[in-house]
Write a protein that binds this ligand. Structure first.
Ligand SMILES: NC(=O)c1ccc[n+]([C@@H]2O[C@H](COP(=O)([O-])OP(=O)(O)OC[C@H]3O[C@@H](n4cnc5c(N)ncnc54)[C@H](OP(=O)(O)O)[C@@H]3O)[C@@H](O)[C@H]2O)c1
Length: 306
């Protein structure tokens, strides 16, 4: 399979590309900084371009069988200002509009097969929730991040209207020592200052990086993978349980709570992502028969810190 990947230089993309290459797929990687990443992605065809801006890179997508679209400004990259919030939205929506438009030009492969778009979305789609279980049929929230996810998914579905199969992976909190939420949490826990954030009662829809890659590959490979697929483990935990499990894995205490107002003062609006959550279940993945490698938080941490 020839796969075009956007945002492939990031945390998730790196792992996806490694797995695609291991199983013998060809990868075309779109990046805004080809010079800087050329050595790291030596086995890939690099295409230089900004997915937010329509351009010649869209022609390079033409001979690919599938696209994995992960591009988007990192939500923890900066304190949220109105300008940054616009960039968070547009770096996802404009990039996806361009990817969908490029696919719509040629929705079938040379052999006549249906092309596939596996598009990133996020559990933020559902907005903050309490203890109720949510699955792919649950309605969207109405806060800022939910609105971003709704617009992001809508722009991907333009490709579906043109005959492309579209899988929307609503990604949870990806556990990976290499970066993201877990690497940010490690320092306080390692020095014994770890613990719940805010009340600790909010749910964390986590996923081990290997299972997220597994679900993205499922999106590429399986005809039934169409529409939203929650990219979360089958056993979400509360923030407090998460902290305890991390403390156990690191053999460190996890009693020191960080009050919500401290997080809000330090991080600004993005603190809401940590202080709220949702109990998301991967019903679609289970229905299609996906077997999670790391269904429990203790198992996931045992692997990550082995
Ligand atoms: N990690 C998580 O826990 C998590 C959770 C939920 C959803 N997601 C979503 O999954 C996707 C991938 O996540 P990740 O953690 O791998 O992200 P990441 O490490 O921040 O990487 C994202 C990639 O997107 C490209 N990018 C960044 N800013 C951009 C901009 N302004 N315009 C165009 N492209 C830009 C970059 O590629 P180049 O610099 O090479 O162009 C970057 O390597 C994101 O869309 C993210 O929102 C992630």
């Amino acid at each position: 399979m020839r796969v075009f990947v956007t945002g492939g230089t990031g945390l998730i993309g790196n792992r996806v590309i490694r797995r695609l290459r291991e199983r013998g797929d060809e990868v075309k990687l779109l990046t805004r900084r080809a010079g800087a990443v050329r050595d790291k992605f030596a086995g890939c065809t690099l295409v230089e371009g900004d997915p937010m801006v329509a351009g010649p890179w869209m022609d390079a997508l033409g001979d690919c069988d599938a696209v994995v679209n992960l591009a988007g400004e990192n939500i923890f990259g900066r304190r949220w200002s109105e300008d940054f919030k616009r960039l968070l939205l547009e770096s996802r929506v404009k990039s996806t509009e361009n990817v969908a438009a490029a696919l719509a030009r040629q929705p079938r492969t040379e052999a006549g097969a249906t092309k596939v778009l596996v598009n990133a979305s996020a559990v933020g789609y559902y907005g903050p929730h309490g203890d109720e279980e949510l699955d792919e049929s649950s309605p969207p929230g109405n806060d800022y991040l939910a609105q971003v996810c709704v617009a992001w998914e809508k722009s991907a579905l333009v490709a579906q209207a043109a005959g492309v199969r579209v899988a929307l992976v609503r990604i949870g909190v990806v556990l990976d020592k290499e970066g993201g939420a877990l690497s940010a949490l490690l320092t306080p826990f390692k020095v014994g200052a770890g613990g719940p954030a805010g009340s600790g009662r909010q749910w964390m829809p986590w996923i081990h990086h290997a299972d997220l890659v597994g679900l993205i590959l499922l999106g590429l490979d399986r005809a039934e993978a169409q529409g939203p697929i929650n990219g979360t483990a089958p056993n979400p935990v509360t923030n407090k349980e998460f902290g305890k499990a991390l403390g156990r894995a690191l053999h460190r205490p996890a009693f020191l709570p960080t009050p919500g107002f401290v997080l809000r003062l330090g991080l600004g609006e993005v603190a809401g992502v940590i202080l709220t959550g949702q109990r998301v279940l991967p019903r679609q993945a289970l229905k299609v028969g996906y077997l999670f490698q790391y269904p429990t938080i203790d198992g996931a941490f045992a692997d990550i810190f082995k």
